[in-house]
Design a protein around this ligand. Structure first.
Ligand SMILES: Nc1ccn([C@@H]2O[C@H](COP(=O)(O)OP(=O)(O)OP(=O)(O)O)[C@@H](O)[C@H]2O)c(=O)n1
Ligand SMILES: C[C@](O)(CO)[C@H](O)COP(=O)(O)O
Length: 230
């Protein structure tokens, strides 16, 4: 595959459920953010990277990019109130700095175990449908609950746990993030396209492509790192 994509790495969250900045927690000695950036910097499928971080971390991230020689990083920009606002800021930076950008991968910096194989799967899938997101089949039974009472048990065979990267035609997702519908709160980028009536497909993620969110995730992360180093 000779097609490449730009990447927007969103790293501007407050880590409220972790209680401390989860992107700067060392995982076996290398911080979460660096592990994520390593994969994108090393992938031949990624041409340019924009990192979206908090105002407070702008300088730290710029310094880290120099120190780590992440030469594909063309901009480090401040995030917004919500994840979707941070994504939009990243897309705006690509619009400004990468004329003619065709494909973009939007990825959580909090998912440091993404692999180059997942990136490849995502770009291949998006080239088929213009919009494709990483996902894995749900393993638990999921219940819909209202005021502590179960109101529905969706058919598990139709339930998928969604991850990132989420890979899109850049013009498509750029326009969607600037549509009126983008004002509504949504927790992933695919939702926006769904609301606008676009078909979004899934491609295989991985059960190890975890999002570092709460303290317990660090236990699994340490095991994953040790497994990678064997
Ligand atoms: N305003 C925000 C919120 C989230 N993110 C990023 O989006 C990814 C997924 O978000 P999440 O795991 O929820 O991170 P936080 O928002 O930091 O977590 P919490 O909800 O516990 O505060 C993370 O890499 C986070 O840094 C972001 O760039 N801007
Ligand atoms: C985008 C995402 O990682 C897909 O599962 C998830 O929606 C992010 O949610 P968060 O609350 O911003 O972590």
């Amino acid at each position: 595959m000779n097609t490449t994509a730009a990447a927007v790495i969103v790293a501007a969250g407050a880590s409220r459920r972790m209680g401390r900045d989860k992107l700067w927690i060392p995982l076996a000695g290398r911080i979460t953010l660096a592990r994520t950036l390593d994969t994108f910097q090393e992938s031949p499928l990624i041409s340019t990277i924009v990192i979206v971080t908090s105002e407070e971390r702008l300088y730290d991230v710029q310094q880290l990019c120099q120190q780590e020689r992440w030469h594909k990083v063309i901009a480090v920009v401040p995030g917004g109130q919500r994840r979707q606002d941070s994504v939009r800021h990243g897309l705006d930076a690509l619009q400004e700095h990468v004329p003619g950008c065709r494909w973009v991968m939007i990825h959580d910096a909090a998912r440091p175990f993404v692999t180059s194989a997942i990136l490849e799967e995502g770009l291949k899938a998006a080239q088929q449908t213009q919009a494709a997101i990483a996902a894995v089949p749900v393993k638990d039974t999921i219940k819909q609950v209202r005021e502590n009472v179960i109101v529905a048990t969706p058919d598990r065979s139709q339930l998928w746990s969604v991850q990132t990267p989420q890979v899109f035609s850049f013009p498509l997702i750029y326009e969607a993030h600037h549509a009126p519908e983008a004002q509504d709160d949504m927790t992933d980028d695919a939702t926006l396209l769904e609301r606008l009536g676009h078909q979004v497909t899934i491609f295989p993620g991985s059960y190890t492509n975890i999002k570092i969110t709460t303290q317990e995730d660090l236990l699994f992360a340490e095991i994953l790192v040790r497994g990678q180093e064997k």
